[in-house]
Write a protein that binds this ligand. Structure first.
Ligand code: GDP
Length: 488
């Protein structure tokens, strides 16, 4: 169980992004939110307006007044939402002012002077969790929504906020409780031994739940891809067209990029949006190096990027035999997650075209459909996917994207189930629950004492509970919310 406490402070923070904007919001939550706002807010246009007695879910026009000087700080709209129908389930007041740093900071200072406390990162959402409005998986979905890079990622995160994963977990927990009840009934009344039949059924149920859990674990990879992007590296010799390909892809499919606080931005990263799948191009700076490729492959950074990659695009030139280092590289890579991209097919076609013209024949092989033999053995031995493109002419890009999506959707990176966005934390908890259930299944076969069965069932139940937060240590919760921005 959580050992988190909920204090009765009224918290305040600037809820909008720093910098200039049309509107900025100072948000308050807690028992004194209305009282504190009321001390600095003058409703309406007249200085002699009657005392402010706001109703819930209304917006009030007026001015923020510095109570010390009596001076007007800003013209504002104040939204009042009284508990419990609010984000935090507490009274919430949002002061909408002009979106500059000075008005926002002045208003924040005033509410702090009136007794509010500055909110910590994610403290509003933390309160929503502690007050039982959302569970932990839903709270995590809030960050996923804020950081979603594609519509598909956003849709998944919104479903998760709606309780997609939470429901699945609750169902599994319910089934474990049923099993636990059956076992404990017998432990409590040892004279009615658990009949053979029930034991078998217990083993079977443990297998079924374990199977479902492993299904959820399989979607963890997809969850990461939708949250963080498919880690993709473009690698190849100098002048093979890596930058040209990158630019051609970005031109069509650049995804929205958000800065994630706490992540280093010293490597150049670009995001593509390929049919809703965020594709994160890694270490493109390193790839622009024009060092000798043999050395280059040896370069720590490239090697690291290749190791971490979900997908590697190996770029080679059409009409040219593979260089030894290219062969070596391909040998090292897993064909399941590597695409051999043969670039500059236009050059080949021109050469062929001329030959064809002089021979009076007809040539219209499109990029992407050029036969393998055309690249003179370049791709013949490669067991993985091959795509022919011309980065310069922007041809074959659709085929390339299709090949990327094939990899995404085949096996490993299956599209996650509806509303299921499993993250690393969830995956680890699922893994533990799974192992306990495997233990239960084995124990049933070995005829282990029921007490031990019940311990494993209970631990499986608790591991699942960590996902939604019904059974989770306080420090884990704190870590999750510290990842949020202040004001959320
Ligand atoms: P990088 O060193 O691998 O990043 O290669 P670049 O993208 O800088 O390309 C090297 C040269 O090849 C440039 O002159 C490009 O215009 C040219 N190039 C790239 N792609 C193609 C292509 O598909 N066809 C042709 N004909 N030239 C290309």
């Amino acid at each position: 169980m959580t050992n988190l406490t909920l204090d009765s402070d009224t918290i305040a923070a600037i809820a909008t992004a720093p910098g200039e904007g049309a509107i900025g919001i100072v948000r308050l939550s807690g028992p004194r939110a209305v009282d504190i706002a009321g001390r600095i807010f003058r409703p309406g246009k007249r200085p002699d307006a009657p005392p402010w007695q706001p109703q819930s879910h209304r917006i009030y026009y007026g001015h923020i007044i510095d109570p010390d000087s009596g001076r007007v700080v800003d013209e504002v709209l104040v939204a009042v939402m009284l508990a419990p129908r609010t984000y935090t389930r507490e009274d919430v007041v949002e002061i909408n002012c002009h979106g500059g740093l000075t008005p926002l900071r002045r208003i924040l200072e005033l509410v702090l002077a009136q007794g509010a406390r500055l909110a910590g990162p994610g403290e509003f959402t933390r309160r929503a969790f502690l007050n039982g409005r959302i569970d932990l998986a839903q709270a995590e979905a809030v960050i996923d929504i804020i950081r979603a890079r594609t519509d598909a990622a956003l849709r998944l995160a919104v479903q998760q906020l709606g309780g997609g994963l939470s429901q699945r977990i609750a169902e599994l927990q319910q089934r474990l409780l049923g099993m636990l009840a059956a076992v404990e009934a017998v432990i409590d009344f040892p004279e009615d031994d658990l009949p053979e039949m029930e034991l078998n059924s217990l083993g079977r149920q443990a297998s079924e739940v374990a199977e479902e859990i492993s299904g959820l674990m399989r979607s963890a990879f997809a969850g990461r891809v939708y949250r963080e992007g498919l880690r993709t590296v473009i690698v190849g010799r100098p002048n093979v067209g890596k930058s040209s390909l990158l630019n051609a892809l970005l031109k069509e499919s650049r995804a929205i990029v958000t800065d994630i606080p706490g992540t280093t931005r010293d490597i150049i990263e670009e995001y593509l949006n390929i049919d809703g799948v965020p594709v994160r191009l890694l270490d493109t700076a390193g790839l622009r190096e024009t060092a000798d490729p043999v050395e280059k492959i040896g370069v720590q950074r490239t090697r690291q990027a290749l190791e971490q990659a979900d997908l590697v695009l190996v770029l080679v030139e059409a009409g040219r035999e593979l260089e030894p280092e290219e062969k070596e590289l391909l040998n090292e890579l897993d064909p399941q997650r590597t695409i051999l991209v043969v670039n500059k097919v236009d050059l080949l076609e021109e050469a062929d075209g001329q030959a064809a013209v002089s021979g009076g024949g007809r040539r219209e092989e499109a990029a992407g459909r050029a036969p393998v033999r055309q690249v003179a053995g370049t791709a013949d031995d490669w067991p993985g996917r091959v795509v022919f493109i011309s980065a310069l002419r922007e041809r074959g890009l659709e085929e390339l994207k299709k090949a990327i999506l094939d990899i995404v959707h085949s096996g490993q990176v299956a599209a996650p189930g509806e509303g299921v966005l499993v993250n690393l934390r969830h995956e680890q908890a699922l893994q533990r629950a799974y192992l306990h259930l495997v233990e239960v299944r084995e124990a049933v076969h070995r005829g282990v004492p029921l007490e031990l069965l019940s311990i494993d069932l209970r631990q499986a139940w608790e591991a699942l509970g960590e996902i939604t937060g019904t059974a989770v240590a306080g420090d884990i919760v704190e870590r999750i919310f510290s990842d949020f921005c202040i004001g959320k």
